[in-house]
Design a protein around this ligand. Structure first.
Ligand code: AMP
Length: 572
């Protein structure tokens, strides 16, 4: 008989020391109410596959997979990942785009009990070095053949001298691709494993995982410094998706279009998981409308989420054909004009809005909401157990209905603390939480009572972010990087309006007298390995930065000035 001691900790419990769990009585209440399930994400998908084996689970430009096929394929790759020596709880950086194999990889990682860390394909050394060390990443999944940067070479470079990164996993590489020595093609993993054997290996791994363990790390846009890590747990994360699908009334007959980055929280929750909670099909496209629209039309998409960059889909020549099958259109990311609302719904589709965040809270306009409610607000929380309140900024005091304050939330899928960020968690010096555990979103909002619904309208934000077509740029992070330039003395990154992306970054700078151009600044950020989407897109050299009477930076004044300039230049 073996004398080895029984393990005292679950494999994925390694995160427990530096995360903030939901209080035990709250967990019990969510379970008793039937909100949280008892399965892991991988087991939830396996169960969905058992119920809908022959339906399409995902369709993309590369092909389609039924639920049975996707489940089997992910079992094999999952077993292959385990055979590499990756063990449950190991974090894996994910840097891939919207393609069929991305969905296989997502479930395969989960089936192997690994913890995907949802970075962006656009991230570079500055971001990846920080994130991978913060979680102690053991593997890095990248896509082969991406335009511009060679992500495989990038991953190999990142692994050099890294304390924990041992494996480079490559998605989408042809069989004869010339890969670096220790890079592994995802397609080769599990190729030699019998499907039943793969299933039983995956099932054994899943049995060791608690449904309230960390399943995934999403990244926060953040308000200070580099991105914060958001630990998402199995049961609450699946519930988030189920609640979204339920509010929209999706069924297994729905075909759900998704154009924005799928590894983002919105992609995983609204696209992959939500579709699979009801047995629906995910129609996954890239972000270019000219390639996305024909696929959405051919697949008879019934429901689609358009982020701000895709609001112009309504003007695309394929939109009338798409609208023939569209039942539901969800708009998200920026205010919706009357013209847009009318044009999207002109052929009878229900048009509504979503406000969501990787930290949790989802607001969606209710199905029975009037047109006024659906156009002017982002609606109500998707769960009956959500608590969304509008507080006077920096206080615990609710503001009266109709008045603007900070949107704060607590509920069955909203985080209780960032990972390893004691300062930002309750009680910390820069806490993002109220003493009662409500997450302070940093967004400005007001409660509007319309037709008996207490709906929320978004009125701006307190946090110092630039929302560039859905990608969040943390102003402080970029300012600190710019200050490392030898000739920049003072900097302020402000949001300038952009008709297509919503906002872009404009840097107000004070130099030491040596002229500095936009190209200089961008070359500097390239040298530092900063993702391109964060680079300022305009430079405004000034003698001194605008300040308020008490001497604080006046970003509002700078943003107002640059808006006026753009208007005068005819750019708006
Ligand atoms: P992320 O975590 O990247 O999904 O970003 C969440 C943030 O995006 C929110 O805190 C808001 O600042 C912004 N956001 C999300 N949805 C909307 C919306 N419908 N309208 C305006 N801003 C939004």
């Amino acid at each position: 008989m073996s004398t080895a001691p029984l393990p005292t900790r679950r494999p994925t419990a390694r995160w427990d020391d530096r995360r903030v769990p939901f209080p035990a009585e709250v967990v019990a209440a969510y379970r008793d109410a039937g909100l949280w399930g008892t399965r892991t994400l991988a087991d939830e998908f396996h169960e969905a596959a058992a119920q809908h084996p022959d339906r399409d689970a995902v369709v993309a430009a590369e092909g389609r997979l039924s639920y049975r096929e996707l489940d089997r394929r992910a079992d094999l790759v999952g077993a292959g990942l385990a055979a590499l020596g990756l063990t449950p709880g190991d974090p894996v950086l994910v840097q891939v785009t919207n393609r069929l194999e991305t969905v296989v990889a997502w479930y395969a990682l989960l089936k192997a009990g690994l913890v995907p860390v949802a970075t962006l394909a656009a991230h570079r050394g500055h971001e990846i070095a920080h994130i991978s060390r913060a979680v102690g990443a053991r593997a890095h999944l990248v896509e082969h053949g991406t335009r511009g940067t060679d992500l495989v070479a990038f991953a190999v470079e990142q692994a050099e001298g890294h304390p924990s990164l041992e494996h480079v996993l490559v998605l989408g590489a042809p069989a004869d691709a010339d890969l670096p020595a220790h890079a592994v093609r995802l397609d080769d993993l599990g190729a030699d494993v019998d499907p039943d054997e793969a299933r039983s290996r995956v099932a054994a791994i899943q049995r060791g995982i608690d449904p309230d363990d960390v399943a995934v790390f999403q990244l926060s846009g953040g308000t200070t410094g580099v991105p914060k890590l958001i630990p998402r747990q199995h049961a609450e994360y699946w519930y988030n998706a189920r609640a979204y699908a339920d509010v929209l009334g999706w069924t297994a007959d729905d075909r759900v279009g998704h154009l924005i980055p799928v590894i983002h929280n919105a992609g995983i929750t609204c696209g992959v998981h939500a579709a699979h909670t009801v047995g629906a099909c995910l129609v996954l496209t890239g972000h270019e409308l000219d390639t996305a629209m024909p696929l959405l039309v051919a697949e008879r998409t019934t429901s689609v989420l358009f982020g701000h960059v895709h609001y112009r889909a309504v003007d695309h020549p394929d939109f009338p054909a798409l609208a023939e099958h569209l039942r539901i259109v969800v708009l998200s990311g920026a205010k919706v004009s009357e013209e847009l609302f009318a044009a999207v719904g002109a052929r009878g589709a229900w048009v509504g809005q979503l406000f969501g965040m990787a930290e949790g809270l989802f607001l969606v306009t209710p199905r029975d909401g009037s047109a006024e409610l659906r156009r002017t607000t982002v609606g109500t929380p998707v769960s009956p157990a959500d608590e969304a309140v509008v507080l006077a900024p920096g206080t615990d005091e609710p503001v009266p209905d109709g008045e603007v304050g900070e949107l704060c939330a607590r509920g069955p899928y909203t985080l209780r603390g960032y990972y390893a960020a004691e300062d930002r968690n309750a009680g910390g010096s820069q806490s993002a939480f109220t003493p009662g555990g409500f997450y302070r979103t940093g967004d400005l909002a007001a409660v509007r009572v319309i037709d008996g619904h207490r709906a929320i309208s978004i009125e701006g934000r307190i946090k110092d972010l630039i929302n560039r077509g859905g990608e969040k740029i943390n102003a402080e992070e970029v300012e600190l990087l710019l200050l490392a330039h030898p000739h920049l003395v003072e900097v302020a990154l402000v949001a300038m309006p952009d008709p297509r992306l919503g906002e872009r970054g404009c840097a107000y700078v004070v130099t030491d007298g040596t002229p500095v151009t936009l190209d200089d600044v961008r070359a500097h950020l390239r040298r530092l390995g900063v993702a391109t989407f964060k680079w300022p897109e305009r430079l405004e050299p000034v003698a001194a930065l605008a300040r308020t009477r008490v001497g604080k930076l006046d970003k509002k004044a700078m943003a107002g000035e640059i808006t006026e300039k753009l208007r005068a230049e005819g750019a708006l």
